[in-house]
Ligand binder design. Structure first.
Ligand code: SF4
Ligand code: SF4
Ligand code: FES
Length: 239
């Protein structure tokens, strides 16, 4: 454990734990969009900026990528920090003009109007939560970042059907802008962004097509045995 100071309060944190998580664990809120406690830090949105002093040196840096080290002093609310974060948010806003969570966060940060515009906005803020969740939580590695600079985007490999996508929906649930659609129609599930359509297995009791066959097969191949042999025959409601 190491001793750190956040906004004048002293805390103990595990050495190497990121500063953002240490702050959140101690009830200190720092806005963040590309961080999830169960995924590796990416440092992509830059919204979690804080001021950190270590020895004689003070830097403005992303708290989700900065490790807790003995004696560091963190300030989350200096005028410089708040100004820098507001600018970051103003640059993110036009990327996701239809995302309620982003709009709400902007309002919380005191941004009432949109200064910048983005002609090709697709509601994706390039936070990379979907790709990391698919790789690190699910283990499917079905989607990826492509391109550089302003052309950087998340997509299926080579823009073709994401053949490794098992239709689990993890990317859909974790996306902060809601820009990944998942449509269940009849016995088919489609994720248009990944150009992927999968066949769904029906619950043998109520008939609800509730889980992709590919997801069941994926779990089987990885040795993730269900609690009972007929587990996937019944949907969660009928189990
Ligand atoms: S739905 Fe497909 S792309 Fe999304 S996390 Fe699951 S496997 Fe990955
Ligand atoms: S699709 Fe959603 S989760 Fe993926 S990078 Fe874009 S905003 Fe983030
Ligand atoms: S949450 Fe830290 S850079 Fe996005």
């Amino acid at each position: 454990m190491v001793n750190i100071t956040i906004d004048g309060q002293q805390f103990q944190a595990a050495e190497g734990q990121n500063v953002l998580q240490a702050a959140l664990d101690n009830g200190i809120e720092i806005p963040h969009l590309c961080y999830h406690e169960n995924l590796s830090s990416y440092g992509g949105c830059r919204l979690c900026l804080v001021e950190i002093t270590r020895g004689q040196r003070t830097t403005l840096t992303t708290s989700c990528t900065y490790p807790c080290l003995e004696g560091i002093v963190v300030r989350t609310d200096t005028p410089e920090v708040l100004k820098a974060r507001r600018l970051v948010m103003e640059l993110l806003l036009p990327l996701a003009p239809e995302a309620p969570q982003i709009q709400a966060l902007a309002r919380e940060m005191g941004i009432s109007e949109q200064r910048f515009t983005e002609e090709e906005a697709d509601n994706c803020i390039r936070c990379g939560l979907c790709t990391r969740a698919c790789t690190e939580m699910v283990g499917a590695q079905a989607i990826t970042f492509s391109g550089r600079g302003y052309r950087r985007a998340v997509e299926s490999p080579f823009g073709e059907e994401a053949v490794d996508c098992i239709g689990c929906g993890t990317c859909v649930y974790i996306c902060p802008t809601g820009c990944i659609e998942m449509l269940d129609r009849g016995t088919q599930r489609t994720l248009p962004k990944w150009k992927r359509t999968l066949e769904l297995k029906k619950c043998t009791k109520c008939g609800w097509p509730y889980i992709p066959f590919a997801q069941i097969e994926f779990a089987r191949q990885r040795g993730q045995e269900p609690p009972a042999a007929d587990w996937f025959d019944l949907c969660p409601n009928c189990r």
